[in-house]
Design a protein around this ligand. Structure first.
Ligand code: KG4
Ligand code: ZN
Length: 373
């Protein structure tokens, strides 16, 4: 079956076409067009919802056309349309949901709304068989809007066992980048600065300076909280105080690139230390068969490596999955992958007829909760 998927929850307009094999449960990607608005929002230091909607409106048709062209398909070939229903920015979600509803109605194609995080989770099976996931599965979902540990006993069966009490970890990366004047989005830049510190260190001959830079340390909030919740607001504030203090000491002199690298490194180490330790604790207590990473922050190489290495070392029988780099950030392919899994289960439960009227009932929901099926 062919699925056409649409994602417009934030600052990426994306349309994907997937060819899914219902016998071997394999998901083959035919096209995944992503039009990013990063440059437009960068000058404002973050995503401006109405600007995002304007760009989505401008881009949705060309992106749809390109996806069809790339996959050598027409709308007549499509068996199911899937769209991100939420959470996200309402003006942005509305463009995707309305495009999907219009296509579904005019072409009489079944339509399905998908939770954005459900998409991030199933990004792990694009290009593979859905059956590669074995349960129970523990997912660390980390993005600009979410930081959660989710336990799944089966496909589409979610139990949120822990989540951030304030900022999402991606948000903290973005804010630290802003404090240091590194631009938007912050995650990739902070991560690059942190990684660059390793090679920059080797060139420092002043041992006192090196020791000072290496001694920068930030707190690991809620590490000993005894639960699986997170908090990143205190960590972010410590970075802010540290930068302000440094600025005061330096007077008119600017914070050097080397100091920025050392701050990014210390921040990244602290944030990822908490994510990895809590995921390990949950793995120990809940004994999943699979551990997966999901969401925009899963593109972080330090997180991928640290969590992957720790799981391999301490739980060698547990499978560790992470999405390919191209599917870590927001994209429509992941929405299509989740839709295939939902479609299979709805078919088993004889619920597919519900999808015939979704074009009328589906509403974008900025606070949509992830739901078990
Ligand atoms: O999933 P995503 O693309 O959008 C949301 O659903 O929020 O995640 C975006 C977040 C941003 O906060 C961005 O700074 C962060 O993911 N991010 C990273 C990296 N790449 C993206 N954070 C840390 N390291 C990265 N390499
Ligand atoms: Zn996302």
């Amino acid at each position: 079956m062919k699925i056409l998927a649409i994602e417009t929850s934030c600052d990426e307009t994306s349309v994907a076409i997937l060819d899914c094999d219902e016998v071997i449960n394999e998901i083959k990607l035919l096209a995944n067009i992503v039009s990013s608005q990063i440059e437009i929002h960068a000058k404002w230091g973050g995503v401006v919802p109405n600007l995002a909607a304007r760009e989505h409106l401008k881009n949705i048709t060309p992106v749809l056309d390109e996806a069809l062209l790339t996959s050598n398909a027409t709308l007549d070939d499509i068996d199911l349309i899937a769209v991100t229903q939420g959470p996200g920015l309402i003006p942005a979600l509305l463009i995707g949901t309305n495009a999907a509803k219009t296509l579904a109605y005019t072409r009489q194609i079944p339509l399905m709304g998908i939770h954005h995080v459900e998409g991030h989770l199933y990004a792990n099976v694009i290009g593979h068989s859905v059956d590669e996931i074995t349960f129970p599965m523990l997912a660390l979902t980390v993005s600009g809007g979410h930081t959660q540990l989710i336990l799944m006993k089966d496909h589409l069966d979610y139990e949120i066992i822990g989540q951030t009490q304030d900022d999402a970890v991606g948000e903290a990366f973005d804010k630290v980048a802003k404090m240091l004047g590194l631009g938007y989005p912050g995650g990739p830049i902070v991560s690059k600065f942190a990684n660059d510190f390793e090679s920059a260190k080797e060139k420092i001959s002043d041992q006192k300076l090196l020791a000072k830079l290496e001694s920068i340390e930030f707190p690991r909030p809620m590490l000993a909280s005894g639960d699986f919740n997170f908090s990143f607001s205190g960590l972010k504030t410590s970075v802010l105080y540290f930068i302000e203090e440094l600025q005061k000491k330096k007077g008119v002199e600017k914070i050097s690139e080397l100091e920025k690298m050392a701050i990014c490194k210390a921040f990244q180490t602290a944030a990822i230390d908490v994510l990895v330790k809590k995921t390990k604790k949950a793995t120990e207590e809940l004994s999943p068969e699979t551990v997966v990473l999901a969401g925009g922050v899963s593109a972080n190489s330090h997180l991928q490596k640290t969590l992957g290495d720790e799981i391999a070392k301490e739980f060698p029988d547990i499978k560790f999955l992470k999405p390919s780099l191209e599917f870590c950030g927001d994209n429509a392919a992941m929405i299509g992958a989740a839709a295939f899994v939902r479609y299979r289960k709805m078919k088993k439960l004889d619920l597919l007829n519900q999808l015939e009227t979704t074009w009328r009932d589906l509403e974008a929901d900025s606070n949509l909760k992830i739901e078990k099926l």
